[in-house]
Design a binder for this molecule. Sequence first.
Ligand code: ZN
Length: 273
Amino acid sequence: MEEIHRDDIARKKHPLRLRKRLPQDHFYQEFCNTLRTCRTLLCFSLCQSTKILWDIWGYAYNKPGHSHAESMVLEEIKTFLTQNQPDKTLKYTLTLYMSFSPCNECCYRLATYAKLERRIKINVMFSKLYFPEHRKIQKGLQYLECAGVSLKVMEKQDFVTCFYLFVTEHEAFQEWHCLDDMTKQYSSTLQAILNQCVNRSDCGKDSPGHGAKENSHYQHLLPSQYNIPAESLTPEHHTKHIYCEAETPWKCSLNDLSISNMKSVKRKLFDED
Ligand SMILES: [Zn+2]
């Protein structure tokens, strides 16, 4: 109990840790796809596309009532590039492993950055979907994918890779019960959300009347056996923005997603305290 308390204090004090490995218990507690906590944990790495060593990496928790993890990481990436890489022609890959998929606000933030910085390929992988039954969240995810960001529900190999890269290479990842089942359920829900984008004539715009019917559809697709009250699922409570995309939408589907081959990525080793 005392250890958990100390953990919570550490998370609030250091919501973003650069070049630090993630404690093993944090990984299992937050990334386990059969558990839902009230936080978002995000592991990230930025790497030049022609290199295998990371330029910057670390992990971040959301800061309740203040910053979302994605927001903090994006600021860190922007600062790093401004201070260290004035060459605007260099291409990068930004990889995010997240315990929850981004909220609609963070979808918008990430999509805006992806459009602004075309030289950075952003891959987002997540263990669990964050309120997929909410229309704003669905639109956020569609908007994000249409901005060229890869979205994927983490499957076993992704957990193995994330554990190896961000936790330790000295121990093997321990699979939990129902991992594959939950991955399948979340994947089919994500696919249904993204496929909806292919069938619409506009991306990011929709008539309000569609919401109720679709919400019941996605509610049906949600993992049901865990019977968790909706209000306990949220790591962040802000759902203010409705997106309006003026550009001609990209036609996109899950088949177009190119998930980078994570096996080729090696962590840059730094001294750690
Ligand atoms: Zn967010």
